[in-house]
Design a binder for this molecule. Structure first.
Ligand SMILES: O=C(O)CCC(=O)C(=O)O
Length: 225
C-alpha cells in the first residue's frame, strides 16, 4: 500500500494541481494539495487486490447480509504535513446520495459499509477520525442542511480512533464522523474501500472499473483453486 501511494503521489506531480482522470483514477486536488485519489486501483492494481481481499470482503458481506456486493470506493486519502486537509462532520450516506434518485436502501439497514485501513500510524496529531458512538442509530440526517450540528449530537462525546499501520475500521453509513488536520511532520495516508448492497446504488462513480460486482463465493473459490 505504501508503494502504491508513492506511485500515486509521483503521478500527481505531473498534473499541475488540476483535478483529472489519469490512468483510470480520478486525482482530486483541493487548496493546492492532493486531497484524494478516487478508484485508485485503476492506477495501482494492488489496491484493487486489497479491496477484494477476503479479510475485508467476509466481514463486509456479514454486515450487508449479502454474499454479493458492489464496490463503489477504492480511494486513498492523503494528509501530508502542512496540507491542511480536514473532513467536516458527516455521514457517508450523504456522499452516497441517500434521499435522492442515486440511492435505494435495499436491505433496510443502510445498504452500505465503509472500511478504512491505516497505511501510516495514526496518532493524535495526524488528524485521526473521530466517531460519535451510537449515531448510526440516528438514520440519515442530511447534515449538509443542518447549520449547527450540536443541535443533533454532542460532538464533545466523539471518540478518537488511533490506529497502527494495517489496522482497519468498518463503519455504518449513518455514523457521524470527522477528522482534523495532520499537524505532525509525517504523512497520514489511508485506504478506503466502500461496498453497497446490490441494487442500492444508481450512480456511476469516477474511475475505470468502479462499481465492480464482488461475489464472496467466487473470491473464496479463487483462493482455494
Ligand atoms: O480520511 C479521513 O480522515 C476521513 C475519512 C472519512 O471521513 C470517510 O471515509 O468518510
Amino acid at each position: 500500500m505504501i508503494q502504491a501511494t508513492e506511485g500515486l503521489l509521483k503521478s500527481s506531480k505531473k498534473l499541475n494541481l488540476t483535478s483529472q482522470l489519469y490512468n483510470g483514477s480520478q486525482f482530486v486536488f483541493e487548496n493546492q494539495a492532493l486531497h484524494r485519489v478516487v478508484w485508485a486501483g485503476a492506477h495501482e492494481q494492488n489496491l484493487l487486490d486489497f479491496g477484494s481481499d477476503l479479510r475485508i470482503v467476509e466481514p463486509v458481506s456479514e454486515l450487508l447480509g449479502s454474499k454479493e456486493m458492489d464496490q463503489l470506493i477504492n480511494q486513498i486519502h492523503f494528509k501530508m504535513p502542512g496540507d491542511d486537509i480536514e473532513f467536516e462532520w458527516h455521514q457517508d450516506s450523504q456522499h452516497r446520495g441517500y434521499g435522492t434518485a442515486d440511492w435505494s436502501d435495499v436491505n433496510g439497514t443502510g445498504s452500505y459499509v465503509q472500511t478504512l485501513i491505516a497505511i501510516d500510524e495514526v496518532t493524535a496529531d495526524k488528524g485521526p477520525v473521530k466517531f460519535i458512538a451510537g449515531s448510526n442509530k440516528l438514520n440519515h440526517l442530511g447534515l449538509n442542511n443542518i447549520a449547527d450540528i450540536s443541535s443533533v449530537v454532542d460532538i464533545e462525546t466523539a471518540e478518537t480512533l488511533l490506529m497502527q499501520p494495517g489496522d482497519i475500521v468498518l463503519f455504518h453509513p449513518y455514523v457521524i464522523h470527522a477528522s482534523t488536520k495532520n499537524i505532525s511532520s509525517t504523512p497520514r495516508r489511508v485506504l478506503i474501500n466502500g461496498y453497497s448492497y446490490p441494487g442500492a446504488n444508481h450512480k456511476k462513480y469516477p474511475g475505470e472499473g468502479s462499481g465492480r460486482r464482488l461475489s464472496l463465493d467466487q473470491l473464496k473459490n479463487k483462493k482455494t483453486a
